[in-house]
Design a protein around this ligand. Structure first.
Ligand code: COI
Length: 355
C-alpha cells in the first residue's frame, strides 16, 4: 500500500486495531489456524467482472447448500506470506504470481477470477489490516490464504452462477511438526495425486482431500509427508502432498518438470532462479524415483514449507538416508531466499513488495 492509500484505509476503517503485536505466544507457532481480525471478500456474477471487494470482520461465511463449491468442488486456493523485517517493515513475496496462478486455475475450472491488481490489492489489504498478527522477525510469518469459490446455487453439473473471492490470514511458524529438522518422507506408489489431463497443475481444492488418506497412513508410521509418482509409469517423481521436490547429485540440482500433473510452485520457480544466479546447474526434467533414492541430497519447497531438507526417503521397503547438517545446498539456497524475503539481500528480480 502507498502511504496515502494506507492513510485512506485507516481513516475509512477506524476500528482497525493498531497495537504493534497481538497478545499470543510467538515462540510456539506451528501451522495451526489462529483467528485474526479481518478478511477480504468480493463477489462476481457469471459473465461479469469482480466487484470491488471489502474488508470485514473475520468470521463464518454463509453459503447456499447448492453452492458450486460444496456440490462439485469448484474452488481454488492460494498461499502467500507477509514477513516482518527489521525496523517494522512488512514484505510480501511475489503475490502477482499467486494472482496469475489463480487465473490459470480459474480457466481450468470454468470460474471467473479477479484481476492481478485486485488480487494483489486484496492480499495487501488483508496483511495490512491484520498487521498485529505478523510475527516478530525470525518467529514466523503471516500466511495469507486467498480462496476463489463457486458460491452460486447450481443443481446440474455446470459452472456456478456466482463466485466469491475471499482472503484470510493466520500467523504461522514451521509447517511440519519436525520444525527445521530434516523430514522423513514416504514414497506411495499406490495412490496418485494427479493424472494426465487432470487438474494436478492448478491449485484446485479437489487436489487435496484425495491425498489425506495417504498422508494419514504415512503419519501413523512416523513420516512427515508422502511423495507421489506418476500414474502411468509409476516411476517418475511428481511432488509431495504439500510441496515440490528437488534432488542434488554431484553439482547438479534437478526437479521434476511441471507437465500438467505437478503444481507450479512459486517457491519452486524462485529457487530455480536463485540456484542458477548462485552458479548451480539446474535441470527441470523427468526424475525417476530411483534417481531420487540415489541422490546426495533431497529437499522440498513450497510457500507453507519454505525449503525443507529431507533426511530420509522410504520406498519399496528401502530407507535411504541423505546428507544433513552443514554444507547442504538447500541451506545455502534457504539463506538467500529468506534474505530476499526479509529485504536483507538485494532483490534483483523485483520479487518483493513492501507493504
Ligand atoms: C502452500 O504451501 O501454500 C500450500 O498451499 C500447501 C498447503 C498444503 C498448505
Amino acid at each position: 500500500l502507498t502511504a496515502q492509500a494506507a492513510t485512506a484505509l485507516r481513516e475509512s476503517e477506524p476500528m482497525f486495531r493498531y497495537e504493534e503485536y497481538a497478545d499470543i505466544d510467538w515462540n510456539n507457532l506451528g501451522f495451526g489456524l489462529t483467528r485474526t481480525d479481518y478478511m477480504y471478500t468480493a463477489k462476481c456474477k457469471e459473465n461479469e467482472s469482480f466487484q470491488q471487494g471489502q474488508l470485514r470482520d473475520y468470521g463464518n461465511v454463509e453459503l447456499s447448500p447448492a453452492a458450486g463449491v460444496l456440490n462439485y468442488g469448484q474452488g481454488l486456493f492460494e498461499g502467500t506470506k507477509a514477513y516482518r523485517g527489521e525496523n517494522g517493515r512488512v514484505f510480501l513475496f511475489r503475490p502477482d504470481q499467486n494472482a496469475i496462478r489463480m487465473q490459470m486455475g480459474a480457466e481450468r475450472m470454468c470460474m471467473r477470477s479477479p484481476s492481478v491488481q485486485q488480487f494483489v490489492d486484496a492480499v495487501k489489504q488483508t496483511a495490512f489490516a491484520n498487521k498485529r498478527w505478523i510475527p516478530p522477525p525470525g518467529k514466523g510469518s503471516l500466511y495469507i490464504r486467498p480462496l476463489l469459490i463457486g458460491t452460486g446455487p447450481i443443481l446440474g453439473l455446470s459452472p456456478s452462477p456466482e463466485y466469491t473471492f475471499l482472503v484470510y490470514a493466520s500467523p504461522v511458524g514451521n509447517y511440519f511438526k519436525e520444525g527445521t529438522a530434516p523430514l522423513n518422507l514416504y514414497v506411495n506408489d499406490e495412490f496418485h495425486r494427479a493424472t494426465r489431463g487432470g487438474a494436478g497443475g492448478v491449485k484446485s481444492i479437489t487436489n487435496y482431500a484425495p491425498v489425506l488418506q495417504a498422508i494419514s497412513k504415512a503419519k501413523a508410521q512416523g513420516f512427515s509427508d508422502v511423495i507421489y509418482l506418476d500414474s502411468v509409469h509409476k516411476k517418475y517423481v511428481e511432488e509431495a502432498s504439500s510441496c515440490n521436490m528437488f534432488l542434488v547429485k554431484g553439482n547438479v540440482i534437478s526437479t521434476p518438470a511441471t507437465v500438467g500433473t505437478i503444481l507450479e510452485g512459486i517457491t519452486r520457480k524462485s529457487i530455480i532462479d536463485i540456484a542458477r544466479d548462485s552458479g548451480y546447474k539446474v535441470e527441470e526434467r523427468l526424475v525417476t524415483v530411483d534417481e531420487l533414492m540415489e541422490a546426495d541430497e533431497v529437499f522440498t519447497t513450497g510457500t507453507a514449507v519454505s525449503i525443507a531438507a529431507v533426511g530420509s526417503i522410504t520406498y519399496n521397503g528401502q530407507r535411504k538416508e541423505y546428507k544433513t547438517g552443514d554444507g547442504l545446498v538447500s541451506k545455502d539456497l534457504y539463506k538467500t531466499l529468506v534474505g530476499i524475503q526479509l529485504g536483507k539481500i538485494e532483490d534483483k528480480h523485483n520479487w518483493v513488495v513492501q507493504l
